[in-house]
Design a protein around this ligand. Structure first.
Ligand SMILES: C[C@H](O)[C@H](O)[C@H]1CNC2=NC(N)=NC(=O)C2=N1
Length: 152
């Protein structure tokens, strides 16, 4: 059984995002409202897993997301294992959930559909603990995106 037992964390929005507007924009993306995203424990981001038919389709999807990240100047915290990818959208500066995170989340939902996302009726798409762990490591060991240039 995979009834999502975890209570939803309260979102923490970036200081430059009106929280009322944020809550409105976020609502339709959340599992509790028929969406697929979950607020992360800190409240400062949202995450979900995606599954595709095989590696090729998954990579095609990630390849559609990447140029949009460049365009938006906003990067994901993500991992890939074979036909699945786990994506977290959070903003480092100013910290919290920002409008860009939600723009990118919606973009991901749309592109996943176009790439033939496999939706598991039993909710097993949510059980991506290994990938979640990978993203945690990527996030804590990687990123110097917010280190001012020349200060490394
Ligand atoms: C200078 C550059 O635009 C910033 O470092 C951007 C890059 N991409 C980013 N992406 C994310 N997820 N959060 C940020 O705060 C962020 N900052």
């Amino acid at each position: 059984m995979s009834t999502s037992a975890k209570p939803q964390a309260e979102p923490t929005f970036s200081s430059n995002y009106d929280p009322e507007q944020g809550a409105k924009d976020l609502a339709p993306l959340l599992k509790s409202n028929g969406g697929k995203w979950a607020v992360i424990e800190s409240g400062k981001g949202i995450e979900r897993g995606f599954k595709f038919k095989g590696f090729k389709k998954c990579w095609e999807f990630m390849n559609l997301i990447a140029p949009e990240c460049v365009k938006q100047k906003h990067h994901p915290e993500w991992s890939n294992v074979y036909n699945t990818t786990f994506i977290r959208w959070t903003t480092h500066s100013p910290p919290g959930l920002s409008e860009k995170d939600l723009i990118m989340a919606r973009f991901c939902d749309e592109k996943a559909k176009e790439c033939g996302e496999v939706v598991e009726e039993d909710g097993s798409g949510d059980r991506m603990e290994t990938q979640k762990g990978l993203v945690d490591r990527v996030a804590s060991e990687g990123g110097d995106c917010c280190v001012p240039k020349g200060k490394k």
